[in-house]
Design a protein around this ligand. Sequence first.
Ligand SMILES: *Cc1c(COP(=O)(O)O)cnc(C)c1O
Length: 470
Amino acid sequence: MTVDDGEGAVVRIASNGLSRPFAEHLAALDAWRSHWPAFESDSTLDVAPDDVARVLSDLVERLTDNFPFFHPAYAGQMLKPPHRVALLAHALTQTINPNNHANDGGPATSKMEIESVAALAAMFRFDPHLGHLTAGGTVANLEALWVGRQLRPGAGIAYSGQAHYTHGRMAEVLGIRGVPVATDRQGQMDLDALEPVVATGEIGTVVATAGTTSFGAVDPIPEILALCRRHGVRLHVDAAYGGFYRLLADTDEHLDPAAAAAFRAIAACDSVVVDPHKHGLQPYGCGSVLYRDPEVARVYRHDSPYTYFTQAALHLGEISLECSRAGAAAAALWATLRVFPLLADTGLGPVQAKCRAAALRWADLIDGSERLATVMRPALDILCFYPVTSSMTASSISAASERVFQGGMADPANPVYLAKMGVSADILGDAGIEWDEPSVTVLRSCLMKPEHLAEVPRLHERVLALATGT
Ligand SMILES: *Cc1c(COP(=O)(O)O)cnc(C)c1O
C-alpha cells in the first residue's frame, strides 16, 4: 500500500508516511512543554536505552503474529487500518494524554469532540442533538438502551434475531426483558413478527439495525418507526457498522431505494450509534451515541463531587456512562474529519462508495459463476457466499467453505483472507440446499477498504480456483 508523503512522492505507509510528520509535530509539542520550568524526570522511571530497543524489537516481532489487515487481500472481519492522519493525530495527542471525561481533563480535545459529534449528528440530520464519543459501539448501545429504560421504566427492548449479540446481554445488564424478533430471508427484522411484540405494551425501546454485523442487512426503519410511533415506543438505531453509509443515502445511485430510505429515516428516530472505529478510519476506542432530543440529558444527572471545576455548562462527562475516555480518540476523529468531511461527493463519501461498489462487483461475479452462490444481495459492503457442490448438502457446502477459508490463507503469494459464518434455513431456505445439518458454513467478506474495488477480480479468481480445487 502506498500513500502520498505530502511532498508529491509516493511512499510506503510504514516508512516516512508516519515517522517524518510525527517527529516534526512532536517537536512543536515539545516547544509548548518547554514553556514551563525545566525539571528532572524521576530516576525511578529510568529505563536503559538498550532495554527500550530490546523490548520494542520484541514487540515488533510479536506484532507480526497478525493477519494482514492492511492489505486488500484481507476481507475477513471488520478490520482495517486507521488513516495515517488519524494515527498521527492520535499519537501526538497521546503524548499529552488528555481525558475527555471533563473539560478540566482535556480542554482542547473536549472541544474537538463536541465539533466531531456535531458533524456526526449533521450527517444523520439530528438538529438539535445531544451526544458524545464512547470507547466503542457496545457501550454506546448500552447507553442508549439505558436512557430508554430510564424513560420507560419497567419496559423491555425488542431487537431482531440478526441484531448484534450484545443487545441481549445488555438487556440482562439493565435488568429488563430482551425480546429477539424474527428476520426474513434478507436478514431484516420482520415487521409482522415485531407488531405483536410491540402490541403487548411491554416494550419501551425497539432496536433497529442499519447494517447487521453478519450480512450488512438494513432493517426497514421507516416502517418500524411508524409502528413505534403508533405504540408510543422509542426507536434506537444500531448503525455501529453501517452508519457512514448515510452519506450515500440521499440518492439511489449507490444503495437500493429501501436501504437509502432506511438511512434517511434515522433523522426521525430517537437515538443512533455509529462507530468511527469501524468505517470512520479511526483506531479502536472510538464509538458514538447521538440523541435527537437534547432533553434526555436529564437522565444523566449525577452529583459526583470531584470532577467539575471550571465550567457551569454541561460537560461531556455529565452526559456519559463512561468516566475516563481518551481525548486522543476525539483528536484523531477531528483531524480525520478535517480531511475527510462527511459528504457524499468528497471526503468520506467516495471512500464508502468504493467499498459499496466492490461488494456489488463481487456479487455480480459470483452470481455469474456456476461454482459459487451469494447468500443474498449485499445491502452494504458485506458479502456472504458459498461454494456450490454437486450434492448440495449442507455438510458438503460447509466442507467446501472450510477448504476455501483455509486454502486462501495458505499461499502468501496469492492470499485471500475471509471469515466463516453459520447460516440456517431461515435465511437460505430457498437456495436448494439439502439440510443434512441444521446450519451451513458460508464465507463472509467485509469489503471495507476502497482498495477492495480493484482487488475484487483477483479475490474472485482465487476463491473460484479454491472452490473448484484447481
Ligand atoms: C461492531 C458492532 C457493534 C459493537 O460495537 P463495538 O465497537 O465492537 O463495541 C454493535 N452493533 C453492530 C451492528 C456492530 O457491527
